[in-house]
Design a binder for this molecule. Structure first.
Ligand SMILES: N[C@@H](CCC(=O)N[C@@H](CS)C(=O)NCC(=O)O)C(=O)O
Length: 246
C-alpha cells in the first residue's frame, strides 16, 4: 500500500493530499507533528534524509518533493480523474506554474509563516533543548531557518518577502482574470500546487488577498474549496495544530 507522510493539509503537504483525494487513491496517511520535531527523528530521516515532508513510499521506493510526488501519482496510478493536460503544450504550461510555486511563491509565503508561527512553536524550549533539536536537522539552510524563527527574522528579509508575496498574488489574480484555471480549460496539478500555498491567504494576508484587490484569485480559491475532493480532504485530515509545547 502507498504510504504518505505529511504535516496535514497545509503547504507542501497539501499538494499530494489533494492529488490523492482527487484521484480517490487508497493511501496510508501518516501525520507527523512538527512541534515534536518528528520529521527530524532517525526513523523519518531513514525515509527522507532531508528530514522534510511530504514523502511517499510506494512498495519500498521513496519519492520526495511535493510536486514530483503528484506527478509520480499521475504516472503510476492513472485514474478517470486526470490532473495533467493530455498535450505537451498544456503540460509545459502546467509545469511553468508548478515550478514557479516551488521556486518562488512557496518560499516567500513560507518565510512569513515561519516568522509568525514557528517562533511561537519553539518558544517553550530552553536554549539547550532547542540547540539539541537543531543539531538533528540535516539541511544546513533549514537549521538557519529554525534559528531565525526563534531569534526573529531580520526586518529587511521580511520586507523583501512581503514584496514578493504582493507580486505573486497580483500575478495570480491577473492570470485568473482571464482564465477559470491556471492552465486554460482544465483543473490540473498547477491549480493544486498553487492552491496549497494560496489557500488561507484571504485570512493570513487579508490586506493583499481580498474580494476588492484580488477578486479573481478569491473566486479561484473558493471554487477549489467547493470541490468534493477538497472538502473531503479537509474533513478527513484535520488541520495540524501548531503551538507551544504543552
Ligand atoms: N521542496 C520541498 C520542500 C519541502 C518542505 O519545505 N517541507 C516543509 C513543510 S511544508 C518541511 O518539512 N519543513 C520542516 C523543516 O524543514 O524542518 C517539497 O516541495 O516537498
Amino acid at each position: 500500500m502507498l504510504k504518505l507522510y505529511t504535516f496535514g493539509p497545509a503547504a507542501n503537504s497539501m499538494k499530494p493530499l489533494l492529488t490523492v483525494f482527487e484521484k480517490g487513491l487508497d493511501v496510508e496517511k501518516n501525520r507527523l507533528d512538527p512541534s515534536k520535531f518528528e520529521h527530524h527523528t532517525d526513523w523519518f530521516k531513514a525515509i527522507n534524509p532531508r528530514g522534510q515532508v511530504p514523502a511517499l513510499v510506494d512498495d519500498g521506493k521513496v519519492i520526495t518533493e511535493s510536486t514530483v510526488i503528484c506527478e509520480y501519482l499521475e504516472d503510476e496510478y492513472p485514474t478517470e480523474v486526470v490532473l495533467r493536460p493530455a498535450d505537451s503544450y498544456g503540460r509545459a504550461q502546467m509545469r511553468v506554474w508548478t515550478k514557479w510555486v516551488d521556486e518562488y511563491f512557496c518560499w516567500c509565503v513560507s518565510t512569513i509563516g515561519w516568522h509568525r508561527y514557528i517562533g511561537k512553536m519553539v518558544a517553550g524550549y530552553s536554549d539547550a533543548e532547542f540547540e539539541e533539536k537543531v543539531k538533528a536537522i540535516p539541511v544546513v539552510e533549514q537549521q538557519v531557518k529554525w534559528r531565525r524563527a526563534r531569534e526573529g527574522f531580520p526586518q529587511d528579509i521580511l520586507n523583501e518577502e512581503m514584496r514578493k508575496i504582493a507580486y505573486s498574488v497580483r500575478k495570480l489574480d491577473d492570470h485568473l482574470a482571464d482564465h477559470e484555471w491556471l492552465v486554460p480549460g482544465q483543473y490540473t496539478l498547477a491549480d493544486i500546487c498553487n492552491f496549497a500555498i494560496a489557500n488561507g491567504m484571504q485570512f493570513g494576508f487579508a490586506e493583499l488577498v481580498n474580494k476588492e484587490a484580488t477578486p479573481h484569485l478569491v473566486r479561484w480559491i473558493e471554487q477549489i474549496n467547493a470541490r468534493p475532493a477538497v472538502k473531503a480532504m479537509f474533513e478527513q485530515v484535520e488541520l495540524e495544530k501548531l503551538g507551544p509545547r504543552k
